[in-house]
Design a protein around this ligand. Structure first.
Ligand SMILES: Cc1cc2nc3c(=O)[nH]c(=O)nc-3n(C[C@H](O)[C@H](O)[C@H](O)COP(=O)(O)OP(=O)(O)OC[C@H]3O[C@@H](n4cnc5c(N)ncnc54)[C@H](O)[C@@H]3O)c2cc1C
Length: 548
């Protein structure tokens, strides 16, 4: 059997390795236009920064390795020009000799990945404007940084690649400005979680400009000034474009391979395209959401590897099938870890769910053992209790919690289930009740026990619409005096029972404390004393102050 794989990074090499494990006798050929294969794209920002000194650490495997270990013939610097499905032939150009060769296949795997989005900006094509996609592009940025020692850089786009670059250029002593067209950094997060990232960037000296876009790059031959739509001008020595990626599908599309609604290659659970014996995997292919069952494009190495393995299995007669994704991601920006899985609040609403949202602020382990506070925003379906998604920011313990949530959500957990998880506990690792369990308790109390939550945004919207709300600050007077929610009265928790007669049971009440726990205690007292509608402010004053 002749197997041909186009693309040799995460998906293509996984497909090749799995195919060989299943079938010792297949003739497996892999073509890649690039000079590097099987590298860690995810490590590239750290190669530009100071964490990875050696290029070989990023690219541990080459064509010889694949020949010796897997008996796979890897052709680097070979670009596939055309797929001819009727004759089961591909045309390939050797980029060194320019020779064009023809290869026959029985099974073809398209793993052509993604490519950087190039926006329509005047003056973009200059030698100090960079994109980060592969090892060669990282080499170019690193070389520029080391040889010209730029004092400043503008990063366009504040997704995870832009922010990882912000950290790593800062580590090289470069003053970084990040320009984001959306109203917040990290637009994939809900706005109220993006705020934590923005504040952390500011603490680390990164200038963040949101709600603005680059319209022109000025300077010749190199860019020296970035002009924004607002008229703001930023002097710079370097520009990194990080405005996203799109699936690299022209070759497939030209061959008649169907694209899905996301623009990536449409595949079934066996990684099959619409054309017999042609499979697709990785960043060029569409996934689907485990929550909505709808197509989802989240080009990540984790998924690309998985899809590649499935494709490799399928083309050699295996029965592995793709089970969809939650769109889980995690990244680090300076001292902050940011994890995300499933639907955000905005995505949940857009998908038609009646969402319940909570902000749970808890340390990852006891404070006496050096615990750091994390903020967990969780979204659940009010009607079924199913957890739909989670976003977490914090300095430690984020990776563990997000993966616990991923596991629970994957198996369809409801909010009420989280409390019952038998999670590991000892002070160096967690708190007695883990933040995951607390999150379940808060959501479940809201969904099934009438302890409703209101987000700072919802409170502001209600007040702006003229709603009459009694807002009770249940903290001690000193905290209230220092700062409080506009319109709140201070009734410390211990005094609420004595003050019940001064409050109107028929009117809507919002209680709050610092992070939510005492606010909930106050809410309990009021509900148990016959108050009709009592909300606890989600995440307490801490969350409110971040979002006001
Ligand atoms: C800076 C950066 C940081 C990242 N960090 C993370 C992270 O932390 N976690 C995570 O999960 N993911 C991360 N990713 C994403 C991850 O790297 C990608 O999802 C992964 O590389 C996708 O693998 P792939 O094999 O599908 O495609 P690609 O890596 O895009 O590889 C496709 C290959 O196909 C080749 N090709 C394309 N067309 C042709 C053709 N016509 N002929 C021959 N060859 C062709 C290309 O040259 C390329 O080498 C990061 C990406 C970048 C750029």
């Amino acid at each position: 059997m002749k197997i041909i794989i186009i693309g040799g990074v995460a998906a293509g090499t996984s497909a090749a390795a799995k195919a060989r494990r299943n079938n010792e006798h297949a003739d497996i050929k892999l073509f890649d236009a690039d000079s590097d294969i099987s590298y860690s794209g995810c490590g590239l920002p750290y190669f530009i920064g100071t964490k990875i000194a050696d290029r070989e650490q990023l690219v541990p495997r080459d064509a010889l390795f694949f020949k010796q270990k897997y008996n796979v013939d890897v052709y680097i610097r070979h670009q596939v020009l055309e797929i001819q499905p009727h004759s089961k032939v591909i045309l390939v150009r050797n980029l060194v000799t320019q020779e064009i060769i023809q290869e026959q296949y029985d099974k073809l795997v398209v793993a052509t990945g993604a490519k950087s989005v190039v926006p329509a900006i005047e003056g973009l094509h200059k030698a100090n404007v960079f994109y980060l996609r592969n090892v060669n592009s990282a080499d170019r940025i690193r070389e520029q940084v080391l040889t010209t020692k730029p004092k400043s850089a503008v990063i366009v786009g504040s997704g995870f690649i832009g922010l990882e670059m912000a950290e790593n250029l800062t580590a090289r002593g470069v003053a970084v400005s990040v320009v984001e067209m959306a109203a917040q950094v990290m637009p994939a997060l809900d706005h109220d979680m993006g705020v934590y990232v923005a504040d952390h960037l500011a603490e680390k000296g990164v200038q963040v400009i949101v709600n603005d876009s680059v319209i022109r790059l000025e300077g010749s031959p190199l860019v020296t000034k970035v002009i924004l739509k607002s008229g703001t001008e930023i002097h710079t020595d370097l520009v990194v474009m990080a405005v996203g990626v799109k699936p690299n599908v022209e070759l497939a599309h030209k061959a008649g391979i169907e694209l899905g609604s996301t623009g990536a290659i449409k595949i079934n659970r066996k990684m099959q395209t619409n054309i017999q014996d042609i499979y697709a995997c990785g960043d060029c292919a569409e996934s689907y959401s485990l929550i909505t069952n709808k197509p989802l494009y989240r080009p990540l190495g984790s998924t690309a590897n998985k899809m590649g393995r499935i494709a490799g299995d399928q083309i050699t007669g295996g029965d592995l099938e793709f089970r969809g994704i939650l769109g889980t991601g995690i990244f680090k920006v300076f001292d902050l870890a940011v994890g995300q899985t499933g639907l955000t609040e905005k995505e949940g609403k857009k998908a038609g769910y009646e969402v319940v949202v909570c902000h749970n602020i808890k340390p990852d382990k006891p404070e006496y053992y050096g615990g750091n506070e994390m903020v967990i925003k969780a979204v659940a379906d009010k009607n079924t209790g199913r957890v739909l998604g989670v976003q977490i920011v914090g300095k430690s313990g984020v990776d563990k919690r997000i993966d616990v949530f991923v596991t629970a959500i994957t198996f369809g957990a409801k909010a009420e289930d989280l409390f019952h998880l038998d999670l590991a506990y000892a002070p160096p690792f967690a708190t007695t009740k883990d933040p995951v369990m607390y999150t379940g308790m808060i959501l479940d109390n809201a969904i099934r026990h009438g302890r409703e939550l209101i987000t700072p945004e919802e409170l502001k919207e209600k007040l702006a619409a003229g709603a009459e709300i009694q807002i009770i600050d249940a903290r001690v007077a000193k905290q209230y005096t220092a700062a409080h929610v506009t319109g709140a009265v201070n009734i410390p928790h211990e005094e609420i029972r004595a003050e019940l007669d001064s409050l109107d049971k028929e009117k809507v009440v919002v209680t709050y404390c610092n992070k939510g726990v005492t606010g909930n205690a106050a809410q309990n007292i009021l509900i148990n004393n016959g108050f009709k509608k009592v909300y606890n402010l989600s995440g307490g004053y801490k969350n409110y102050s971040k979002n006001s």
